[in-house]
Write a protein that binds this ligand. Structure first.
Ligand SMILES: *[C@@H]1O[C@H](CO)[C@@H](O)[C@H](O)[C@H]1NC(C)=O
Ligand SMILES: *[C@@H]1O[C@H](CO)[C@@H](O)[C@H](O)[C@H]1NC(C)=O
Length: 277
């Protein structure tokens, strides 16, 4: 029994795979975890900034700070539950007493970006107890380009809370994700080179097939325009001989005679005489 769908199954699969590769290559099939971030004010430009951070989503970044006897661990996640705390983009965990404080929520995100940096702001954290007029905490994460690493360590820069309002926790993070895109654009020179190679390949293959199948040539004669290229080769050799040789060519007359003789004896294979004049 023959199963007709079987032989076509594999090619279809391959085509699907190829199509997906092409789509992914153009960035159309990439998953977008940054969608989980809710922007304070939805805007396409901020979305674009956020999408640049896709490579560092779904990862807990942690950093520990010690201040005397106090020790804090901060956990940051891009558009995901930091340390598993619902809707929290950045949390602070203190060991004594054991306490988790939400610094910022990713459902209140702002994203600002430049050529090789992104500033991510998570707002609506827990209120300060005494500082900053008891406003809501806010986390600012400065994400900078570093071509040397996929993603580096999270660092605490400062906790600025000794003022009346607009307090913030500032962090920094290095990643290659926000580096300017290396455009895989071909320069004019390479395009010309590629076209040249293509033309050459078409010429050689087409000419070869023509010589072999239509003209019926054998051996070296299968090269397209064989006679012409042989002539070019000889002329080049002559030119090189003329330019590069330091000794005078006229000096050994006997040698010259040997060279010219066979040339004259060369059988003239041209078939011009067959043409009716
Ligand atoms: C982040 O940490 C929390 C708590 O430790 C954990 O439940 C969660 O799976 C982690 N997420 C990722 C993406 O590692
Ligand atoms: C963000 O999520 C928290 C917790 O689920 C909720 O209380 C808050 O209203 C949400 N904020 C926004 C701006 O959606």
């Amino acid at each position: 029994m023959e199963v007709p769908s079987r032989p076509t199954g594999v090619p279809v699969l391959l085509w699907a795979l190829a199509a997906q590769l092409v789509l992914c290559g153009s960035g159309l099939c990439a998953s977008d975890h940054t969608k989980s971030c809710k922007l304070l004010f939805e805007s396409e430009s901020e979305r674009r900034v956020l999408r640049r951070l896709e490579p560092i989503t779904r990862k807990n970044f942690t950093v520990e700070t010690k201040n005397g006897s106090e020790s804090y661990t901060y956990v940051f996640q891009l558009c995901g539950d930091a340390g598993g705390v619902q809707q929290a983009g950045l949390i602070q965990m203190s060991s004594t007493p054991k306490k988790t404080t939400v610094i910022g929520m990713y459902n209140a995100t702002q994203a600002i970006g430049g050529s090789d940096w992104v500033i991510l702001i998570y707002r609506n954290g827990e209120r300060y107890d005494a500082h900053c007029s008891q406003e809501q905490r806010r986390a600012i994460v400065m994400i900078s380009c570093n071509t040397k690493m996929d993603v580096g360590q999270l660092n605490v820069v400062v906790e600025d809370r000794d003022r009346q309002q607009d307090c913030f926790y500032l962090f920094e993070l290095d990643t290659s994700a926000v580096c300017p895109h290396v455009e895989y654009q071909l320069s004019t020179g390479s395009i010309i080179l590629i076209i040249g190679f293509c033309v050459l390949a078409v010429y050689l293959i087409g000419g070869f097939l023509y010589q072999r199948l239509v003209v019926g040539a054998k051996g070296m004669e299968q090269f397209p325009n064989y006679a012409f290229w042989v002539e070019v080769g000889n002329l080049t050799a002559d030119g090189c001989d003329f330019v590069c040789r330091s000794r005078n060519r006229e000096e050994p007359p006997t040698y010259r005679g040997v060279v010219t003789e066979p040339l004259e004896e060369e059988p003239e294979e041209r078939d011009d005489h067959l043409l009716p004049m």
